[in-house]
Write a protein that binds this ligand. Sequence first.
Ligand code: TXA
Ligand code: MG
Length: 317
Amino acid sequence: MAQTGKDIQKAKQLLIGGEPVAIPTETVYGLAANAFNAQAVAKIFEAKNRPAFDPLIVHTHSLESVYDFVTEIHPQLLKLANVFWPGPLTLLLPKKNKIPDLTTSGLNRVGVRVPSHPLTLQLLQQLAFPLAAPSANPFGYISPTTAAHVEKQLGDKIPYILDGGNCEVGLESTIVGEENGEIIIYRLGGLSVDAIENIIGSVSIQLNQSSNPKAPGQLKSHYAPKKPVLTGNVEELYHSHSHLKIGFIIFGESAIDLKGNLVKNLSSTQNYHEAAANLFCFLRELDESDVDIIICAILPGMDLGLAINDRLRRAAG
Ligand code: TXA
Ligand code: MG
């Protein structure tokens, strides 16, 4: 079974020895290994039961250190890195050969980010290599936002979980890259589109939903609880499923009386950041409760509401 603790030295020794370690980030917990070592990276795929066509994000401690393993950073992307790192932004950048093909699933670009969690930043500063880390959940399930979530699902597959408390952002990073001079958002996440456009002007959004996506975080059935999830108009969904035991996820005050039901309010004051931080916890709680189905409100399509709705729709499959 995995040990859980705040021992950076222990995490460091395991990582140097080529073992995977779960690490906290401000977005979600990651399952980390030496990004330069294909054998270490292979252990991540194994523990997660992750298909090899799904590339990993590489975490490092500073913008300067990125040049060690990427060939260049497009000027617009560099602006974003300067403003938003450390933070919930992943950039797709042309990789050097130092990054093994397994890390990027054979793609020429590597996803890179500087996470803002203090424990993980300290760990990264003490290592001579960056850390490849996907979210620390079994492939296809909800991302973990506490050490306990990781323990529950991967505890028997990994030696150590570095415990950094609850993830502050609660949604995975926003993934951005450049193709033919155009800046593209490939995955909505913890950094809003507005925040990005405020810095570099309008960008395009390409959330591929095919079965062979460029970024499998784009897979339609990703982030799925085991219970059926329905999204849309809560009142209508309530009435058409009133014969079932329902768990609700709402945002702000409900227009109808849901008394007697299990209700989780993402944010009673309609704060998008609070809602993002609660989302995965609430999905898990309802998935583990005795409800038959989970009914979720759709949020206004602004700020982090866009990324939250994306996750809810994918949870609904
Ligand atoms: O916030 C996050 O991004 C978290 C924390 C741990 O950093 N990580 C995370 O990793 O969400 P993961 O593996 O669950 O999702 C990463 C997504 C995947 O859908 C993957 O396909 C995409 O990023 N991705 C990574 N590298 C890529 C690349 N070179 N080209 C296209 N997509 C890439
Ligand atoms: Mg993931």
